[in-house]
Design a protein around this ligand. Structure first.
Ligand code: CYC
Length: 169
């Protein structure tokens, strides 16, 4: 797992370069947003069960076929797997928020996930919608209006949405 600093230093070390202006700016941004990222993570962590409950309720009300007998979230086992997956997305998003870097999402969540989903017929589009709802529920419930804070919270969720939403060639 990499945070903002290790990811920049690793990159520069590969070519044996000193940190230049761009690298220093990125690292400086990591420190400048530090307190904000910690506070946002704290706020999110106080209400994780609520966010999962609310996002899943909205997902199943918008896509009720998921929990009908032919749906992928039908049977309590699969329903539970779905809630658990949403928990994974939320928990890892908070790690990425603290790290100021999305690398942990690629490494521990997204790598190979699409293949797993495809082999189990877990539908990708509603999963993407679930992640999107999770993000919206957090922003709305915590009444985040400041654009910088919003961007910080959205970044890891948008990264997962983009990665899962990409078409395989
Ligand atoms: C299953 N979700 C799985 C599986 C994995 C993950 C590996 C297969 C193994 C298992 O059932 O536990 C996901 N595992 C992860 C992730 C990580 C991990 C992300 C990283 C930490 O270790 N079905 C739907 C909804 C959606 C859904 C749209 C919820 C949003 O219809 C999820 N995932 C879902 C379901 C299963 C699943 C229902 C079980 C599928 C099956 O066994 O038939």
């Amino acid at each position: 797992m990499q945070d903002a600093i290790t990811s920049i230093v690793n990159k520069y070390d590969l070519t044996g370069k000193y940190l230049d202006k761009i690298a220093i700016n990125e690292i400086s941004n990591y420190f400048q947003t530090g307190i904000e990222r910690i506070q946002l993570t704290k706020l999110i962590n106080e209400k994780t069960s609520f966010f999962i409950k609310e996002a899943s309720a909205q997902l199943f009300s918008e896509e009720p076929e998921l929990i009908r007998p032919s749906g992928n979230a039908y049977t309590t086992r699969r329903y539970a797997a779905c809630l658990r997956d949403l928990e994974y997305y939320l928990r890892y998003a908070t790690y990425a928020l603290i790290a100021g870097n999305n690398n942990i999402l690629d490494e521990r969540v997204l790598d190979g996930l699409k293949d797993t989903y495809n082999s189990l017929c877990v539908p990708i589009a509603p999963t993407v919608k679930g992640i999107q709802l999770l993000k919206e529920v957090i922003i709305n419930n915590l009444q985040i209006t400041d654009l910088d804070s919003k961007n910080l919270i959205c970044a890891p969720f948008d990264h997962m949405i983009r990665s899962l939403g990409e078409n395989n060639i």
